[in-house]
Design a protein around this ligand. Structure first.
Ligand code: DOR
Ligand code: ZN
Length: 439
């Protein structure tokens, strides 16, 4: 059966498209016709006709930073429950971090995820570990990754501390044009830290994480990349592509700005919790577990710098760092809590509420940050609203007000600080792989 979306707000920044129109999709899941304005669309009997009454039809949202915990920690999340969380949030695709048990650091691990996610309704991209077991000692087999279609590598949750090994990782990744996703953290500085270091951590008696721990690693990596580009690589292999995960300080953003201006292939992402919350929210919370994450919630000054980076384009993408943990790992003293929170279900609502409603960015820029740019950074095909192209869509009601509650979650875990919060903007459903899935 073909599907017909009528009276949609067709919003696709990749084609500079923002207009009222209709889209017809064949039963094979490919777009048959797109009309704009009042132009009639060809129809047939039996079409599944959906009048969107002005709701937004956007390219499918893609979250380039998720943890689905399979294999090894299925009590927190599985590929199936993680996909349900993605659907609930309006995402048609995700990229999965390799810090499972065991770590995904071999073609076998990649094949395992592919096999076990084959029948799921969303697109799942596998990120391979940068180093064996993400221990920062020996490099993982990047050539094998590339031949298995892996597009990015990361030791998320940690980072290669040894500069010589990082130099080799950058060169080796460039050879196979793999994106390096860096969890920028100087572990010697952060060791034992629980929250952002400063007056608030001192007052609570919790060990601080110095905010310089992030830009120090980014500065190191960018120095290596600039040096390799100038003296070593000689254009013989692709330039290194470097992406900063969950950026959280103004100093880090400044480094990214300068590197971009110098022509390096550098991008970065921010999470909704880092642009929404600050360390003061942790101070105020009676149950602190869901305010503990890495990097830690920023100072107000750094949070404001993140918002500025979103406004001026220094930040390329919004990614959730969806990090499910069980109740007992969060409902405990803060210095014993696991790091991280879930984010797929609340990402779009927080982005519209905190950024569009407050006049920081437009809805079109939201789609860039949540779909167009993460897909481009990951090296995935651009979604176009044109006949012959595969339909990959998210239906959004940007005006819908909703209060975050149990019923909104697909994840196996509930470690979110946003339960009970009223948000504006929600995904009503997706169209992907020839299927319409309404929330
Ligand atoms: O808070 C976090 N949780 N930060 C990370 O980098 C890793 C993640 C996890 O895997 O739980
Ligand atoms: Zn992560």
């Amino acid at each position: 059966m073909s599907t017909l979306f009528l009276n949609a707000r067709l919003l696709n920044p990749a084609e500079n498209l923002d207009t009222v129109g209709s889209m017809k999709i064949g039963d094979d899941g490919f777009i048959e016709a797109v009309t704009t304005g009042g132009e009639p669309i060809p129809s047939i009997d039996g079409d599944n006709v959906i009048d969107l009454a002005g709701k937004v039809l956007a390219p499918g949202l893609f979250d380039m930073h998720c943890h689905f915990r399979e294999p090894g920690q299925e009590y927190k999340e599985t590929l199936e429950t993680g996909s349900a969380a993605a659907l609930a949030g309006g995402f048609t695709g995700v990229a999965l971090m390799p810090n499972t048990k065991p770590v995904i650091d071999s073609p076998l691990g990649v094949a395992y995820i592919r096999h076990h996610s084959a029948g799921l309704p969303i697109q799942i991209e596998v990120i391979g570990a940068m180093s064996v077991e993400s221990r920062g000692e020996a490099l993982a087999p990047y050539g094998k990754y590339a031949s298995y279609g892996v597009k990015a590598i990361s030791d998320d949750g940690t980072a290669i501390q040894n500069t010589k090994i990082m130099r080799l990782a950058i060169e080796y990744a460039a050879n196979f044009d793999l994106l390096l996703i860096q969890h920028a953290e100087d572990k010697h500085l952060t060791s034992g830290g629980i929250m952002n270091g400063g007056a608030a951590s001192a007052m609570l008696g919790l060990k601080g994480i110095p905010e310089v721990a992030e830009p120090i690693m980014i500065a190191r990596d960018l120095q290596l990349i600039a040096w390799l580009k100038k003296h070593k690589l000689n254009g013989a292999i692709p330039e290194p592509r470097y992406h900063v995960a969950h950026i959280s300080t103004g100093a880090s953003i400044e480094l990214v700005r300068k590197a971009k201006a110098a022509g390096l292939k550098v991008t970065c992402e921010v999470t909704p919790h880092h642009f929404t919350l600050t360390e003061n929210d942790l101070v105020a919370a009676s149950e602190k577990g869901n305010y503990i994450m890495k990097p830690p919630l920023p100072s107000t000054e750094n949070r404001d710098a993140l918002i500025e980076g979103l406004r001026d384009g220094a930040i390329d993408a919004i990614a959730t760092d969806h990090a499910p943990h069980a109740r007992h790992e969060k409902e405990c003293p803060p210095d014993q809590a696991a790091f991280g929170i879930i984010g797929l279900e609340t990402s779009l609502g927080l982005t519209i509420t905190e950024l569009v409603e407050k006049g920081v960015i437009t809805l079109s820029r939201v789609i860039e940050l949540l779909s167009t740019n993460p897909r481009r950074i990951m090296g995935l095909e651009t979604i176009l609203f044109e006949p012959g192209k595969k339909a990959n869509l998210t239906i959004i009601d940007p005006a819908r007000e909703w209060t975050v509650s149990e019923a909104d979650f697909g994840s196996k875990s509930r470690n979110t600080p946003f339960m009970g919060r009223t948000l504006r903007g929600k995904a009503l459903g997706i169209y992907h792989n020839g299927k319409l899935i309404i929330n």
